[in-house]
Design a protein around this ligand. Structure first.
Ligand code: GLA
Length: 389
């Protein structure tokens, strides 16, 4: 499942060799969950699981895009973008909203999107919290840049991908996933300030492995629940503004002010926003632990983050909790928590590399005996962002 496979599927489908191949990775997030859309700090890393797209300019004015993983194709042009239909009038399949959304966002920004023949496939599991959709968006944004002859920075392409997701797909996500897929760096995590969009790359110690454990439960109703959480944060800002007129987002609320005003909020909004305010505090704190190479303390922040996502933000599920609890008791594990939006999907575990083999085996067995489900567990490396190969 890689570049060769993308090439051979392209040849099978179109009968000639593709002009270009792009790889765009998924991501994990180490800390700073559900804070990107509150202007907070996040700490994602791109991973060595990715979407591959093989493509060439098309001789027609329709883009023909084949999704190998769905064994389906979609054919569309600029004219059909607003109606989300294909050139034959049938609705675009859901997976095609990502490339079509990217085309829409690029056109809105005045960029050209020449018609292409393309096949894409991915080994980022879908709906698992590893940002398979952002990886598809970043692959297509770079593909159209390659054919269009314009240049935007990786960060600018990430913002265009977020716009596609917000306004075309309809998920009001923050910038973290597209940012990580576009700007990732090998062996590094990226500390991104989601307000200023400044970031710095933090080397991950060689001695530590990023272990991703997939509960195999797929998120349901994600966009609805996700958008609800985001609305709750916005609602809280409105209420808190009566007391703190200067705030623009939860990022601007100190823990002291929050504690003082917590009683004025409806209980559900209090829980949601307490998670955000405290989580932003944890990411701030984590910088000094990471700079000092103190993985023990960093891992404790990850563990606290999970409890907060479970009890305050309420985006965990029993299988994620089981995976995290088992992991936290295993040798070599610094910290474990759910990663991404939640409601299913994966946990991220920071594990002593030498212990990773034993950790994976014990976690898989422990999870299976507790839930009856066999998990998928990957020992990942932080990887580079979207690139032409
Ligand atoms: C999803 C969104 C991100 C972010 C996370 C939660 O992955 O796409 O923008 O909000 O959830 O941290």
């Amino acid at each position: 499942m890689d570049m060769n496979s993308a090439t051979s599927h392209f040849k099978d489908r179109f009968g000639y060799s593709p002009a270009h191949i792009i790889r765009a990775p998924g991501r994990v997030n180490l800390l700073g969950e559900h804070v990107d859309y509150n202007d907070g700090l996040v700490l994602p890393a791109a991973i060595d699981r990715a979407t591959y797209i093989a493509f060439s300019p098309s001789s027609t004015n329709h883009s023909t895009i084949m999704a190998v993983d769905f064994d389906q194709q979609a054919v569309f042009s600029l004219e059909e973008l607003s109606t989300k239909t294909q050139s034959n009038g049938s609705p675009l399949p859901e997976w095609a909203h990502y490339p079509a959304g990217v085309m829409w966002a690029l056109r809105e920004a005045g960029l050209t999107t020449p018609a292409m023949d393309a096949v894409f496939l991915s080994n980022v599991p879908r709906g698992s919290g590893l940002s398979s959709s952002a990886s598809v968006e970043m692959a297509f944004a770079l593909a159209w840049q390659t054919l269009g002859g314009w240049t935007r920075s990786p960060l600018e392409r990430a913002l265009l991908g977020q716009k596609a997701e917000n306004h075309y797909v309809g998920v009001h996500c923050g910038i973290m996933d597209q940012f990580a897929s576009a700007c990732g760096e090998a062996n590094k995590a990226l500390m991104l300030d989601c307000r200023s969009l400044e970031y710095r790359a933090l080397p991950l110690p060689e001695s530590v492995a990023l272990v991703v454990a997939d509960t195999t439960i797929r998120r349901k109703l994600t966009s609805g629940e996700y958008n609800n959480r985001r609305n709750a944060c916005e609602e809280t800002v409105k209420l808190l503004k009566e007391h703190l007129p200067g705030i623009a987002s939860l990022r601007d609320v100190s823990l002291e002010d929050f504690d003082r005003l917590a009683d004025t909020l409806p209980p559900e909004l209090e829980r949601r926003s307490r998670h955000v305010v405290e989580e932003i505090g944890r990411v701030n704190q984590s910088q000094s632990w990471l700079d000092a190479g103190d993985l023990q303390r960093f891992g404790q922040l990850m563990n606290q983050c999970h409890i907060s996502l479970r009890d305050l933000y309420e985006v965990s599920i029993p299988e994620l909790d089981a995976m995290v609890e088992i992991a936290q008791d295993l040798r070599g594990c610094y910290g474990a928590r759910l990663t991404g939006a939640g409601f299913g999907g994966c946990t991220i575990n920071l594990v002593e590399r030498e212990q990773a083999g034993e950790f994976v085996e014990r976690l898989a067995n422990g999870y299976e005996s507790k839930t009856g489900l066999r998990p998928e567990i990957y020992v990942c490396r932080a990887s580079d962002g979207a690139r032409l190969l």
